[in-house]
Design a binder for this molecule. Structure first.
Ligand code: UD1
Length: 418
């Protein structure tokens, strides 16, 4: 089992160029199957989840070549419409291929995505929306079988602004007959990036970033080039690492507008933040960080669930009591037990966690139980007294590209142990 060994106490100080967004690159790679052409995607992060997505594309018959951070995807000879269980199990977000494969092949077979470590993660909203577009769906023996002679636009209202469901609708509807509108759509920046990619391919989509998206079906789409937006969650993780160690950091290749909910909290905790067009500069307060009254996770532009655990690690050493309300995923407090091993004082009742800040954390052996919870453990370890071993770091590699290299370059004492 791979682990990180971290000796805490060093300030995180320096500059980091932020990777491309995992949650943008995955749906955009799925979208490449729509056009049957040659696509060049720039700024793709080197992540396990991207590798799995490449395997899915190859399994469907697409040609994929990787040169550094650039991916070349040629979907002309795509000849499959099935994602086997072995690949679906590795990454739940492969469900995002469903809309794209149906639009291209008029049929799709994917295995049922299993339950995930952060909660139930149902796909009912995806399936209901696809049915509205004319897809016949049957579920048998753990597989979802989809068929559609013709996809037809409709007015789709989402009961919850699901990111994945919104993306699946955009993918399925962009070549459907007529107009599709999505109300109560998710508004995440990654959806805006998907719209930009699809429109560059020739789709006619408007409204992403607002809660109503309009998709006018077109007959044909074309291969294009596209640059992936910066990863706002990774950016906020590095800001928190600097804040946790009384350091200062300059982030390059970021979009500060995507990060307002997170930088507002860091300011409330006493950090000074200065933003430019594509840079963020953070300096920590001289005194202890201050607690935050309430952090409530919400769909964008609210506070992201994905950064809840790193921020909880941060508040665990702040002065005072902070309260977290997790509204998106019911099982996203698994890092609490691990933080408590390091001396944090946290009480959980259902979806609420109350964090009483302690003077300092102490090194311990802890586990990354999921991606963002794993990042939280790294952050806690950087700030703790002594040595921490973070085990099971395969989860962290799903979303953070070479995190140990970036942190080491800013002064961290962190080593990967195979
Ligand atoms: C995406 C992100 C993930 C992030 C999440 C919320 C990607 C690859 N992943 O995940 O990092 O944490 O958004 O910002 O972009 N739901 C249903 N039925 C459905 C679909 C969702 O009930 O059919 C519920 C989920 O259980 C959850 C909520 O809706 O409670 C939000 O899920 P959703 O926005 O769909 O998250 P993902 O797209 O899976």
């Amino acid at each position: 089992m791979n682990s990180f060994v971290i000796k805490g106490g060093n300030k995180i100080e320096g500059e980091i160029e932020v990777q491309g967004a995992k949650n943008a690159v995955l749906p955009i790679l799925a979208a490449t199957v729509l056009n049957g052409g040659k696509n060049i995607i720039y700024n793709c992060p080197g992540l396990r989840d991207v590798e799995i997505t490449i395997d899915v594309l190859k399994n469907l018959g697409c040609k994929v070549e990787k040169r550094g951070k650039t991916l070349f995807v040629d979907s002309e000879n795509m000849n499959g419409c099935t994602i086997p269980d072995t690949l679906m199990r590795q990454m739940r977000s492969s469900i995002i291929f469903l809309g794209a494969i149906i639009a291209r092949c008029k049929e799709a077979v994917v295995s049922m995505p299993g339950g995930c470590e952060i909660g139930n993660r149902p796909i009912d909203l995806h399936l209901k929306a696809l049915r509205q577009l004319g897809v016949e769906i049957t579920e048998a023996h753990g597989y979802i079988n989809c068929k559609a002679d013709k996809l037809k636009g409709d007015n789709i209202h989402l009961d919850f602004p699901s990111v994945g469901a919104t993306e699946n609708i955009m993918l399925a509807a962009c070549m459907a007959e007529g107009i599709t509108t999505v109300t109560n759509a998710a508004r995440e920046p990654e959806i805006v990036d998907l719209e930009a990619f699809l429109n560059r391919m020739g789709a006619k989509i408007s409204g992403s970033g607002s809660n109503v998206i309009r998709i006018e079906g077109v007959k044909k789409l074309y291969g294009v080039e596209h640059q992936i937006i910066p990863d706002r969650i990774v950016a906020a993780t590095y800001l928190s690492c600097a804040a946790a160690t009384k350091g200062s950091i300059i982030l390059k290749h970021v979009n500060p507008n995507h990060m307002n909910a997170m930088t507002a909290v860091l300011k409330e905790m006493g950090c000074k933040i200065y933003t430019e067009k594509s840079r963020i500069i953070l300096s920590s307060p001289v005194n202890r960080l201050k607690a935050v009254k309430r952090i409530v996770t919400m769909p964008y532009p609210g506070f992201p669930t994905d950064i809840q655990s790193p921020f909880m690690a941060l508040t665990s050493i702040a002065d005072g009591t902070s309260v977290f309300v997790e509204n998106i995923f019911e099982n996203r407090f698994q890092h609490v037990e691990e933080l408590m091993r390091m001396g944090a004082d946290i009480k959980v009742d259902g979806r609420i966690a109350v964090v009483q800040g302690v003077e300092s954390l102490g090194g311990a052996t802890v586990r990354a139980k999921e991606l963002r919870g794993g990042a939280a453990m790294i952050l806690a370890a950087l700030a703790a007294d002594g040595v921490t071993t973070v085990e099971d770091i395969k989860y962290i590699d799903r979303g953070y590209e070479s995190i140990e290299k970036y942190l080491s370059s800013c002064g961290a004492n962190i080593q990967r142990k195979e």
